[in-house]
Design a protein around this ligand. Structure first.
Ligand code: SF4
Length: 456
């Protein structure tokens, strides 16, 4: 393909997080999140060090209560003492008071507008207080919307849609603008890649209309692991980067967090090679052919995600064919097919295996996510067409498992609750039987709504 567009980033202003600026003309920054319990200070310090050593610009930890805020302050102290300057971000949900406390310790606070406050009036009150604290402590803020955890008042008005996600973010951004607080980054994530792309594009448009230049944090939530997890993240983040959107990115995988960083760094370098503009679309083609001469097998997926992503998402191309030579050797057909299938499924154009929606894990996680996800994958491979969510905790899991047909969710240590759609159907079952029970649930006659799609 020929490219006549010049790579241009959306105009944003700079936001400084713990001394590391992002947005504006700063490089696009990378970040990830610890999956250690924040209260386990030794493990969290070690993991932050691995993440920093892998080259991440920022690291996030969950602070669900005051004990975690206190632990975060010790983690920060130990990291700084050992010469690690990586800025720390506190992830808070539900409790504005905890966000206020965490804002005195962390370099940036993430709040989720879906659970920050019940009403618009209380959101205004709590956010104004939080901004004052952030101002005093030079703490930045992320307004982090998640498709799947929108506030009831937004859902009633807009439904679970990209515009609902955008409004959820705009409600709080307007308060930040009114309070003249510019140190804000915004994200609007989904596990559904086309939804995520639509939502970010729409958010950028709405911000421009209201003369806002807040930088964007890009990510696909609950992407899972292996090639599928990489395909979803690369397609969602890569496509938006080629359009000039995105100032910091998080590739989220159900794997050790440091695995995410090299992928994020490569995406940042690869995306500008394939500049894309939604304003001058290409001609429609039934089959898009991409060819690469490359040194590493893993890079093919990233190049193809950036080159083909926007075209597949906007349905300018209906199918994809990848050919490549890796260090002079032809890419075997089965590997090309695996990459193509992963990208087409991430774009929701062709389903060749079950869809796994798995959270990356954090300090709230109640079981070994990676091991469990792999066991569930192995047990459910033939069920093409169904969506299975594997979520580490009951606090955010059910909301964020989006449109999954089945959910496997950590209820308490050693206990799992299984969901069919949004309904818990088997509660608090021992973890050692949970995969088997999930399989029984999928096979049960009451699950016949997806029967035609099974065993494809
Ligand atoms: S679902 Fe729960 S365990 Fe998983 S990342 Fe979200 S908060 Fe953490």
């Amino acid at each position: 393909m020929t490219h006549h567009h010049i790579y241009q980033r959306r105009t944003t202003h700079e936001v400084t997080i713990g001394g590391i600026p992002m947005g504006g003309t700063q490089p696009i920054r990378t970040q990830t999140m610890c999956n250690t319990p924040t209260q386990n200070i030794n493990a969290s310090v070690d993991q932050c060090k691995h993440i920093a050593d892998a080259g991440a610009d920022y690291v996030r930890l969950t602070t669900q209560g005051l004990r975690e805020v206190e632990a975060l302050s010790q983690i920060k102290y130990r990291l700084r003492r050992d010469g690690y300057t990586i800025p720390l971000i506190a992830d808070t949900h539900f409790l504005p008071k905890i966000a206020q406390q965490a804002a005195t310790v962390a370099d940036k606070i993430r709040i989720n507008p879906g659970n920050f406050a019940r009403s618009q009036a209380s959101a205004d009150e709590h956010l104004s207080t939080l901004l004052e604290i952030c101002r005093r402590h030079q703490t930045a803020l992320r307004i982090g919307v998640n498709h799947g955890s929108l506030a009831p008042r937004i859902l009633e008005r807009y439904g679970n849609t990209p515009i609902g996600m955008v409004e959820s973010a705009m409600e709080l951004l307007r308060i930040c603008q009114r309070e003249n607080f510019p140190q804000v980054v915004v994200s609007i994530k989904s596990s559904n890649v086309p939804t995520m792309i639509k939502a970010y594009r729409l958010l950028a448009k709405h911000m421009t209309q209201e003369t806002m230049t807040y930088p964007l944090h890009l990510g696909v939530t609950e992407a899972g692991n292996h090639i599928e997890g990489r395909a979803k993240s690369a397609l969602g983040i890569g496509s938006l980067l080629t359009e000039g959107l995105g100032d910091t990115i998080r590739v989220s995988l159900t794997e050790p967090p440091e695995n995410e960083i090299p992928i994020a760094q490569k995406l940042i370098h690869i995306a500008p090679l394939y500049p894309h503009s939604t304003l001058s679309p290409p001609k429609k083609t039934p089959l898009l052919t991409c060819h690469y001469k490359i040194n590493h097998l893993d890079d093919i997926l990233l190049h193809a995600a950036c080159e083909a992503g926007p075209l597949l998402i906007d349905q300018y191309a209906a199918d994809l064919k990848i050919t490549a030579t890796i260090a002079g050797k032809k890419l075997p057909d089965d590997q090309a097919k695996q990459i193509t299938n992963a990208l087409l499924q991430a774009a929701r154009l062709r389903f060749t295996q079950p869809e796994y929606i798995a959270c990356p894990g954090c300090g709230r996680t109640l079981f070994n996510l990676e091991k469990t996800l792999n066991a569930i994958r192995a047990a459910t491979t033939p069920y093409t067409g169904i969506r299975i969510a594997v979520m580490g905790c009951i606090v955010n899991g059910p909301g964020e498992m989006a449109d999954a047909d089945y959910g496997y969710i950590g209820a308490s240590p050693g206990k799992i609750t299984l969901y069919k759609g949004k309904t818990p159907v088997k509660q608090n079952i021992p973890e050692e039987h949970a995969v088997e029970e999930l399989l029984r649930l999928i096979r049960s006659p009451t699950a016949a709504t997806h029967g035609e799609m099974h065993n494809a």
